[in-house]
Design a protein around this ligand. Structure first.
Ligand code: NAI
Length: 327
């Protein structure tokens, strides 16, 4: 019998956790049973205990194990998948350096704990913001775990872009393929329609340039802010859903004619400096990802990718200055 998939989830008492955990328990990653290891900071343990009670009350047939802890080493022990959702949000008066430094403390500790305790097959997906740089810090602090096991979530941006294109062209979401998010999960991200297909037809033949530049790109990049304005709190259910999509595709593979977007450790492809955790179009199979090779990048795309990558390079420099990753 296959052992349950051991999944560590950080930020278990948070908004995303409240949506994510129930989908995981219900089998959203596939037919394999799951063993959930919930990690929270000590003051939020009681709240997380309430979430754990509700998970029990769900009587999920695939939920084979459930534990709650404030110790990353316990949460990550033998983990096959680590979903790093918990992070320190920016609060009033916090500078960017303060934010990087507060999150740096969390992700250096979690990187070390993953290095020491995680299972040999572990995949680490960082949702907590700033996701790309938090993933970089985690990866750099887990030197014994192969670098290709770390990813940051840009799937929500990818899904938002797919949904906007589907709405604009009056097509079902499943008709949209080969869309790509490049760069950072931030307002500088670039949602690239150049290679996207709608029912096999090039998207660029169906939408005009003005819509792409004036409507599509800003809508996708600023969607998180728009949701906060409308809902009064941040996009948690769609972020949880995207985290599930990303983990499921990473473990189970993308379809034969499509790709997805994942922020992964760059090998220098497409001029993205080696080592940065940047979003690329990727295919996945058997738990491994590969950057889609040889795509033509036009001048507009090049400048947008370069701008987002420059932001990532500046974030890497800032966390180096703070001593959170080696020089
Ligand atoms: P939230 O504030 O509701 O929950 C965060 C939880 O993380 C809290 O319960 C907190 O106690 C916990 N936490 C903080 N430090 C921790 C640590 N060291 N170990 C374990 N748990 C810890 O926030 P929400 O809405 O659940 O969002 C979580 C993160 O996801 C935020 O950083 C948010 O910005 C990010 N996010 C990322 C998206 C993406 O597309 N990459 C989309 C939406 C949100």
């Amino acid at each position: 019998m296959t052992a349950p998939l051991r999944i560590a989830v950080t930020g278990a008492a948070g908004q995303i956790g409240y949506s994510l955990l129930f989908r995981l328990a219900a089998g959203a990653l596939g037919p394999r049973d799951v063993d959930l290891r919930l990690l929270e900071v000590t003051p939020a343990l009681e709240k997380a205990e309430g979430v754990a009670m509700e998970l029990v009350d769900g009587a999920f047939p695939q939920l084979a194990g459930l534990a709650l802890t404030d110790d990353p080493r316990v949460a990550f022990d033998g983990a096959d998948l680590a979903l790093l959702v918990g992070a320190r949000p920016r609060t009033a008066g916090m500078t960017r350096a303060d934010l990087l430094s507060a999150n740096g403390a969390i992700f250096t500790a979690q990187g070390r704990a993953l290095n020491d305790a995680a299972g040999d097959a572990v995949r680490v997906l960082v949702t907590g913001n700033p996701a790309n740089t938090n993933a970089l810090i985690t990866q750099q602090n887990a030197p014994d775990v192969p670098a290709d096991r770390f990813s940051a979530l840009t799937r929500l941006d990818h899904n938002r872009a797919v949904a906007q294109l589907a709405q604009k062209t009056g097509s079902p979401v499943r008709a949209i393929t080969r869309l790509a998010i490049w760069g950072n999960h931030s307002a500088t991200q670039y949602a690239d329609l150049s290679h996207a297909l709608v029912d096999g037809r090039p998207a660029r033949d169906l939408v005009d340039r003005a819509w792409v530049e004036d409507d599509f790109l800003p809508t996708v990049a600023n969607r998180g802010t728009a949701v906060i304005q409308a809902r009064g709190s941040s996009s948690a259910a769609s972020a949880a859903s995207a985290t599930i999509d990303a983990a499921r595709d990473w473990l189970n593979g993308t379809g034969p004619h499509d790709w997805t977007s994942m922020a992964v450790v760059s090998d220098g492809s497409y001029g993205v400096p080696e080592g940065l955790v940047s979003s690329f179009p990727v295919t996945t199979s058997d738990g491994r990802w590969a950057i889609v090779p040889d795509l033509a990048i036009d001048g507009f795309s090049r400048s947008r990718i370069d701008a987002s990558v420059a932001e990532l390079a500046a974030e890497r420099e800032a966390v180096r200055e703070l001593g959170l990753i080696p020089r």
